[in-house]
Every structure is written in C-alpha cells, then in structure tokens.
Design a protein around this ligand. Structure first.
Ligand SMILES: [Zn+2]
Ligand SMILES: [Zn+2]
Length: 410
C-alpha cells in the first residue's frame, strides 16, 4: 500500500516534471531526462516514504516553541528514529502529539519517552500519547524515563502517579475494551545528579543523562549513542559544565536557545528585569547558545525554544553568530534532520493535515471482565432505539462475517 502510494507520488512528480520540461523546452533546452529529475532526492520529507539506511538516523522537531503553544509551534518535543528501527521521544510538550501523528508511525513504536524536567511544556502531551495510543490500539505499555527530584514527590514517578489520578476516569471508563498492556505505565525514575549515567541500554542504543541547570534542582539533559553516532538533547538548561564535557562533538546537538530579552519585552510585554532573568539565567539566550556550540563543536547545532518567525529569527541568529561561526539551524516544528556519516541534511516535512494517527501493527489483547457497566440511575435514562441498533449490528455482522450480539433489552 505504502510502496504503491510512493509509486503514484513518483509518477505524479514525473508528470509534473515532464510538463515543466515541456514548458521550459519551448524557450530553453531541457537539461537531462525528466525521469532522472523525478528520481532526485526530495527537497522536503514526506513522512512514511523513506527508509533509513543502516548508518543513518532521523530527528524530527515535533515541538520547538514556548509553553503558550500556538498553531505554528507546539511545546518541546523531539522524535529520534534510528536506522535499526528504534524510535525515541525526547520531551512531549503540549500539542506535540499532533506533530508526532503527522509522522505516520504506528503506535506500537511510540512507546519510549524521555523527559528532561517536569515543566508541563515538556510533558503536557504525555496523557494524549497514553490515551491516544490506546485508542489507536497500541499493544505495549508506555515507558517513561525521567529524573528524580529533591524529594520523592518532586520526581517523575510521583508526577506519573498524579497523572494516573488525573486520567482515572479515562482509565476506568475504557477498561476491558482497550489492550490490557496499552493501559500500563512503566516508569523509570533515575537520579537527576547522575553524570553521564546510563539510563537506557537496549539493542545497541545507549542513553545517558547529565544534570541540567534550570528553574530548580532536578532537570537533566540526554545523550543518545548508537552505531558511532551521538545525539545530544538539552531539554532546558543554563550553560553548564556537564554539557560541555559530555555533549562535545555530537553529530546533532539540540539545545535550547531562548528568546532574547528584547524579544520578550517587545513582543510579550515582559518587564525588563524578568525578561533578562528568564532569557539569560533561567534559560540559555542565543549568544550563550552560540558560545556553548563554539566550545562543543557539534556537526550541526540546533537551537529551539523560541517563537521562530521572520522578525525574530534575524535577531536570534545575529546573537548566535556573535559567538559561533559553525553549522547551525534554528528549528521550527516539522523540521527534519537526516544524519549520515558524511552529511547532516535539513529539510521541512511536507505535512498531510488529513493524516490519522496510525494504528498499531500487532494483535490486540483485551480482558472484557474489566468492563464497567452503568448503574441503575444512568441506565434508567437510556433510549435504546432497538430497531435502529438491530439494523446497524446486522449490517456490520454481515459485512465483516461476525456474530456480535446486541445486549438484551433493559
Ligand atoms: Zn522548563
Ligand atoms: Zn521549556
């Protein structure tokens, strides 16, 4: 089906190329063969159409903005896909699930989430992944890695316990109808003080945490290593010695690059004292970001965590360039990085707004004994319209060869 869609896409592109070649040919000579033009590597990334090479990984910006989300930018979220098939989500801020869904990845593969700190702009869509994945028939538990806090209640485990309470109505109301495994959480809380400590090691992939400095104690950054590649993700942090030492030489270094004070003052009406503190001490401002990259020399530096527009990007870039001359990209949502041994390719994803989140690829296991029923009060208000239901159930049974039985009257 997918190969078929790709083929159709290529044919469409070939036809357009032929047409353009024909138009161009009326005034100038057509260079080369139109089919060759159609087979050129795409300028944009069409989700679900490219297989990663064995020595390649892809990172997609699924949230690059600030806590107050806007249509163009969700809150912090980065999707990492490796050439071995493994997929990881680093932070999952509000609205980022819509971006993740656009990447056309079956839900069974979206089961590993690493949270850098517990600000809600870095974990706000965790309940949406949990419940949305269930609705799309995820057949595996959701695994979450996150730091401890200064007290047990400030750590990731306690945050997920609170989230479970928040989601209890959702959980109880659908028990017995969803895959029993998909409703489970597996929480891996690790010491926020760990310096380059291994927190994940499976299938040739190692993920380490380093402490970050942000807001209060208990924030971390991550370093993923696989197949000789290194991906570093800051989440939120003030410049620190741990990043300098352990993120050095990353193939892709995604680090926060917060809006500079003057942007916060002029566009968000922040008071100057607060804007200065937030941009340069609570976070990492563009000039500080540039200095970090100059000191750690990644193959590609990626800055995020500001509203990236035509009027803000020149200001941010100028400040980055005041301290750094190396390769840099200022990220926005749906930006895609393909990293190979000799190239870091940056493109935008061509997003299909009609896409549905993809269902899981494995068979669902349900336990109907867990199903909750209505009490007498709610049941007393039912208007059954039995003849309508019998018609629907009959048609569906006939179409799909099933024998589902409508519950008895009353
Ligand atoms: Zn934060
Ligand atoms: Zn943040």
């Amino acid at each position: 089906m997918r190969a078929h869609a790709v083929k159709l896409g290529l044919i469409a592109i070939a036809l357009v190329a032929l047409l353009l070649g024909y138009i161009a040919g009326s005034t100038t000579a057509v260079a080369g063969d139109a089919n060759a033009v159609a087979q050129e590597v795409m300028d944009v990334y069409y989700p679900g159409t490219e297989t990663l090479g064995p020595d390649e990984f892809r990172v997609t910006a699924c949230g690059t903005g600030q806590p107050s989300v806007r249509p163009k930018q969700a809150a912090a979220c980065w999707l990492v896909e490796l050439g071995n098939g493994d997929k990881f989500i680093f932070d999952i801020g509000a609205q980022s699930m819509s971006r993740i869904s656009a990447m056309k990845i079956p839900m069974d593969y979206l089961d590993k989430v690493f949270i850098g700190h517990l600000h809600v702009d870095h974990m706000g869509d965790l309940p949406i992944l949990w419940t949305g994945g269930q609705k799309m028939n995820r057949t595996v538990p959701l695994r979450v890695w996150g730091p401890s806090g200064t007290t047990p209640e400030m750590g990731t485990r306690a945050a997920i316990e609170g989230l479970k309470q928040f989601m209890l109505w959702d959980d109880v109301s659908l028990a017995g109808r969803l895959d029993v495994r998909a409703t489970e959480w597996v929480v891996n809380e690790f010491d926020y003080k760990g310096v380059n400590e291994v927190i994940y090691q499976e299938n040739g992939v190692t993920i380490r945490s380093i402490p970050a400095i942000h807001a209060i104690d208990g924030a971390v950054s991550f370093i993923l290593e696989w197949n000789g590649f290194k991906f570093a993700y800051s989440s939120d942090t003030f410049p620190n010695q741990w990043w300098m030492e352990h993120a050095v030489g990353a193939d892709l270094a995604v680090h926060e690059c917060f809006a500079p004070p003057e942007v916060l003052i002029e566009k968000q009406n922040y008071e100057p004292n607060f804007a200065l503190w937030l941009s340069t001490l609570g976070h990492t401002s563009p000039a500080q970001f540039g200095k970090i990259m100059a000191m750690t020399e990644p193959r590609m530096a990626v800055g995020y965590h500001f509203y990236n527009d035509f009027d803000t990007q020149p200001i941010v870039l100028e400040q980055v360039r005041s301290t750094y001359n190396g390769p840099v990209t200022l990220a926005t949502d749906y930006m895609v990085f393909n990293v190979t041994r000799d190239d870091v390719r940056v493109r935008m994803a061509a997003v299909d707004h009609e896409i549905w989140p993809l269902p899981a690829t494995r068979e669902k296991v349900v336990d109907q004994s867990l199903v909750q029923t209505y009490g007498e009060f709610t049941k007393s208000g039912e208007v059954m319209m039995r003849e309508v239901l019998e018609q629907i159930w009959g048609e569906v049974n006939q179409k799909y060869g099933t024998n589902a039985q409508l519950p008895p009257q009353g």
